[in-house]
Design a protein around this ligand. Structure first.
Ligand code: LLP
Length: 432
């Protein structure tokens, strides 16, 4: 169901490069990105804003993949980037990403991280709570500088995949609550201190959302809050940030709406609501993570052992697993996997793809139809590009895989495979 490129040899091709050649050159497990797909997704989001003639930013939620190379692609495509930790700020900075286009999120930014953000010249801080307002106020006063900020509110809307709830999720660790007046208190505190340049408001309603309705809801809610702030505090936001969460197709049962549809709904709802409220049209910011890098990622594994249990689907084990993609074990996430040497060959059996980690739950796929495989075959798991490598671990002291970017028939190593020496580099001997 995923559109696949197949070369003359009949092999899966990624970014114009033969997947078997990639597996051979860089070894497996390997994470490969089709870079053109990432660029295309960004353009699909942008195009609707451009056509509507509204001010906007597409800000990549880099928690989905925080490596130097991706910040460089995002920079080239004119995207902004969201970061959620000092480590992500550092990675973006070492990649040469323009700090003015970075937004810093988080419900518990430390003093050190806030100082780091100010030193780096991070463009926007998305203020989440009162503790942070106090910390920032102190730091900005000490430095006698001004900082652009946005206020994160809890919109009372939750969306997951194809459902959304209007009044749920007041109980969130993120942002300022509306009903209890916290959001009003926050904006008042920020407006009262000239070190803050208050740019607007932000909300994020969930991830892997299939339907535009939740975004229509959050767009209306944000404009409603903007109107309320205009009336009460004479403050008019210049940016409305509706967050990320645009869903992608992992398996054939997934039917997310297209990037264009999400943006079109967001733009038209904000236009309608601001007109009705007699507010100026704000700039619209979105924060896609998964939808920018997910579909472009492929995890390549080599088949090893096989276990047959009478009456059950066989286990086909591969050389990776929960250390390079914890999503199946953690969220029961599903993926589609193909045989790299013949991605369109008819299926001959349904197998369970097992990882190599010492844990029964380390099953990458519970039911995958495949041609018969033998040890040494390369499997390509599709759409692994978001929250796979970024959530990778060294469990069982397995080194994390290498990452390769492929584009226009060329491949480039962008993250080296970890070595055993890397694994122990921070370990110290204990001398009793
Ligand atoms: N903005 C904010 C404030 C967020 O918290 C998130 C994701 C995003 C944007 C990007 O959402 P996306 O477009 O990627 O759905 N580890 C989980 C996903 C966690 C998402 C957390 N926040 C997973 O693997 O499914």
């Amino acid at each position: 169901t995923q559109p696949l490129a197949v070369n003359a040899a009949g092999h899966l091709e990624i970014g114009g490069v033969d997947s078997l050649a990639l597996a051979k050159q860089y070894q497996t497990p390997l994470v490969v990105y089709d870079v053109a797909k990432i660029r295309e997704q960004i353009r699909r989001f942008k195009q609707v804003f451009e056509a509507a003639g509204v001010e906007y930013a597409v800000s990549f939620a880099s928690k989905a993949l925080s490596i130097k190379a991706i910040y460089q692609v995002m920079q080239a495509e004119g995207a902004h980037a969201d970061v959620v930790s000092g480590g992500e700020i550092y990675t973006a900075q070492t990649a040469g990403f323009p700090m003015a286009r970075v937004s810093f999120h988080g419900n518990n930014k430390s003093r050190a991280e806030l100082e780091q953000a100010l030193d780096a010249g991070v463009g926007m801080i998305v203020v989440d709570n009162f503790h942070e307002i106090e910390l920032l106020k102190t730091l900005l006063t000490e430095r006698n500088v001004m900082q652009k900020v946005m206020v994160r509110i809890t919109p009372g809307i939750t969306a997951h995949t194809n459902e959304y709830i209007q009044t749920g999720q007041v109980d969130s660790k993120f942002g300022f609550d509306l009903a209890s007046g916290q959001a009003d208190q926050a904006i008042q505190a920020l407006l009262a201190d000239s070190h803050f340049k208050v740019m607007g408001l932000h909300a994020h309603i969930g991830s892997q959302i299939f339907d535009v309705q939740g975004f229509a809801g959050v767009a209306q809610k944000l404009v409603e809050v903007a109107k309320h702030w205009q009336t009460k505090f004479d403050y008019v936001p210049t940016i409305v940030n509706v967050g990320g969460g645009f869903g992608i197709r992992y398996v054939s049962a997934d039917h997310p709406q297209a990037p264009e549809q999400f943006v079109a709904t967001i733009v038209s709802e904000i236009q309608k609501a601001t007109q009705a409220a007699n507010l100026p049209m704000p700039a619209i910011w979105i924060e896609p993570g998964r939808s920018l890098v997910g579909p472009a990622g492929f995890n390549l594994y080599t088949v090893g052992s096989r276990k047959e249990i009478p009456g059950y689907a066989p286990f086909v084990s591969v050389d990776g697993g929960m250390g390079d993609n914890i999503r199946p074990a953690l969220y029961q996430a599903e993926y589609e996997t193909v045989l790299a040497k013949a991605p369109q060959a008819p299926a001959e059996e349904t197998v369970r793809i097992a990882g190599k980690y010492c844990e029964s739950g380390d099953i990458l796929s519970q039911h995958q139809a495949l041609p018969k495989t033998v040890p040494g075959d390369v499997l390509a798991m599709l759409a692994t590009g978001a929250y796979g490598f970024s959530m990778a671990s060294n469990y069982n002291r397995n080194p994390r895989p290498a990452v390769v970017f492929a584009e226009n028939g060329q491949s480039q190593l962008v993250v080296k495979r970890e070595s055993y020496a890397d694994l122990v580099q921070n370990d110290l001997d204990y001398r009793a």
